[in-house]
Design a protein around this ligand. Structure first.
Ligand SMILES: Cc1cc2nc3c(=O)[nH]c(=O)nc-3n(C[C@H](O)[C@H](O)[C@H](O)COP(=O)(O)OP(=O)(O)OC[C@H]3O[C@@H](n4cnc5c(N)ncnc54)[C@H](O)[C@@H]3O)c2cc1C
Length: 485
């Protein structure tokens, strides 16, 4: 069925849907349900007409995870009420379109913080669960799925099911991290974390190369609640992978003299102006002239050297939870500074014993190909019980690449070379960041037994393959082969 006919029959607009990195887009009929009944109505209609449906939250996945060329995109951002929040237990019950921002604004003044957050506050619960998001504390507390007590999932074949580690457990462990393939999250019960201050104690430490950063993460990991490394990908040789680590810990009860003040929403809000004068909204325009190899080499070097100069090892400073967690939200729309072609992020998860060798090798391969990432971010992870998990007992390295019409094909080829190294090392990729993975890579990365179990659930809850995205068709065509669409 043509997209115009779908839209006309359902009374929906047709629009272009973009990946967050602005490097991929596709045309779809867009539905914005506000209730379970409305989601069910669209699914029933789509099922009767064999039209594929993709779910979408805030569209913060970098690539094509919530796009559906020629089909329906079911955007859950208006299905977004917090149903209840228990101030004593920290249990939140909410609809799938509720964002991290909505959650912390409600919970912080009562002394609770979302235990796992992404680097931006705009993702929705549905998106966070579907990707099983990790934070800068992944090795300590697991992914968001570890904090989900239960959820309701509207499936194509079996209606709305309550899932928890005790009830429909197979679906619980597969739909979390199941990239929207098994049903629509319609209600989520999430445990938040008790806090005694709106601030964290933060230290900044310079690391002269990637080996030092990895060693720091390994030896210091028990001393901190959060660790994140910024990596300058430009230098080679002895300074390869130099960077800055930011380490943070929660304050214990009584350490903050005025918790009521630090836990106010005002104290958490990010500033509207940078350096007190420049409105944040225009900042990305100032970055744009620097978004080339020359400019980014200079910015990365300046950041590293100023970090060496101002490091605070042993002298913690206080920073609000939101300021520490959502650094990437300081400059709204910074992705636009990358220009017309946008950016891709390539995040690799490598087992601990191989990271020392594999991550420097990936940087070297980028240099050899003449495409150096403009931003590198390092994190520590731990494995978990979710079926399609990306987390390993090891490290992740995320690299941001500028995409242009001239480099696009070469860049995709480069990521395929990196995929080979990663797969050989027992590493994983992450659907939330992916735009380039080939089906054969996915087949090497996820064990056949895992893919078999996921496929069996797909056949049980969506046998006609109604739920599809551009990503699922690219990476796992066997889940939806010869079905809807
Ligand atoms: C600046 C930035 C920083 C980030 N930092 C991190 C980070 O630190 N750690 C991390 O893990 N991720 C990070 N991310 C990635 C982001 O957290 C994930 O992509 C997340 O899934 C986005 O949520 P969303 O609401 O935007 O969902 P979308 O991107 O719109 O969709 C994501 C997936 O969820 C599915 N989905 C959406 N709603 C539902 C629903 N109701 N039911 C079923 N499936 C649904 C979609 O089909 C899709 O597969 C970052 C992204 C950005 C842009």
């Amino acid at each position: 069925m043509e997209i115009g006919d779908i839209a006309a029959e359902l009374g929906l607009p047709v629009d272009r849907v973009w990946g967050w990195g602005l490097s991929t887009s596709s045309g779809s009929a867009i539905s914005k349900p506000t209730s379970v009944d409305e989601v069910a109505r669209i699914l029933t209609w789509a099922s009767e007409h064999g039209v594929p449906v993709a779910f979408r939250g805030s569209g913060c996945s970098y690539g094509d995870a919530s796009q559906n060329e020629g089909g329906i995109v079911l955007d859950a951002t208006a299905f977004a009420r917090i149903k209840s929040f228990d101030i004593d237990s920290g249990l939140l019950v909410a609809e799938p379109g509720v964002t991290l921002e909505q959650i912390w604004r409600r919970s912080v003044p009562m002394g609770w913080w979302p235990p796992v957050v992404s680097g931006t506050m705009y993702p929705t619960l549905g998106g966070l669960l579907s990707m099983n998001v990790h934070g800068k504390n992944n090795w300590q507390v697991g992914t968001i799925g570890s904090w989900v007590r239960s959820f309701r999932l509207l499936t194509v074949t079996s209606g709305e099911l309550l899932c928890s580690p005790e009830e429909n457990a197979d679906l619980f462990y597969a739909a979390i991290g199941g990239f929207g393939m098994l049903g629509c999250f319609t209600e989520v019960t999430l445990q938040l974390k008790k806090i005694y201050s709106g601030c964290l104690d933060v230290e900044a430490i310079a690391t002269p190369d990637l080996q030092h950063m990895i060693s720091f993460f390994d030896t210091e990991k028990d001393n901190w609640d959060y660790l994140v490394g910024w990596v300058d990908c430009f230098p080679r040789g002895k300074r390869l992978g130099r960077g800055l680590v930011h380490a943070a810990r929660y304050l214990a009860e009584g350490e903050d003299e005025n918790p009521r003040e630090s836990m106010s929403v005002d104290a958490q809000d990010l500033p509207m102006h940078l350096l007190g004068v420049v409105p944040k909204a225009v900042m990305w325009r100032f970055l744009k002239p620097f978004m080339n190899n020359f400019g980014m080499r200079a910015i990365n070097a300046a950041k590293y050297h100023s970090g060496v100069f101002s490091q605070t090892r042993g002298r913690p400073h206080r920073q609000s939870h939101a300021a520490f967690a959502f650094l990437l939200d300081y400059v709204p729309d910074w992705k636009k500074a990358y220009g017309k072609g946008g950016l891709i992020q390539y995040q690799t998860f490598v087992p601990r014993e191989r990271a020392h060798e594999v991550h420097p090798q990936l940087i070297a391969l980028c240099h050899d190909a003449g495409m150096v990432p403009y931003l590198g971010v390092y994190k520590r992870h731990r494995p978990d019980s979710f079926l399609m998990t990306h987390a390993v007992d090891g490290f992740s390295f995320a690299m941001d690449f500028k995409v242009t019409a001239a480099n696009r094909e070469r860049l995709w080829q480069l990521t395929h070379r990196l995929d080979g190294v990663l797969a050989d090392a027992g590493g994983r990729l992450y659907f939330a960041k992916d735009a380039t993975m080939l089906a054969e890579t996915a087949g090497r990365i996820w064990p056949a037994e895992v893919l078999g179990r996921f496929k069996a659930l797909k056949e049980r809850y969506d046998p006609d393959g109604l739920l599809q995205t551009n990503l699922s068709r690219r990476v796992f065509p066997e889940f939806t082969d010869g079905t809807a669409g």
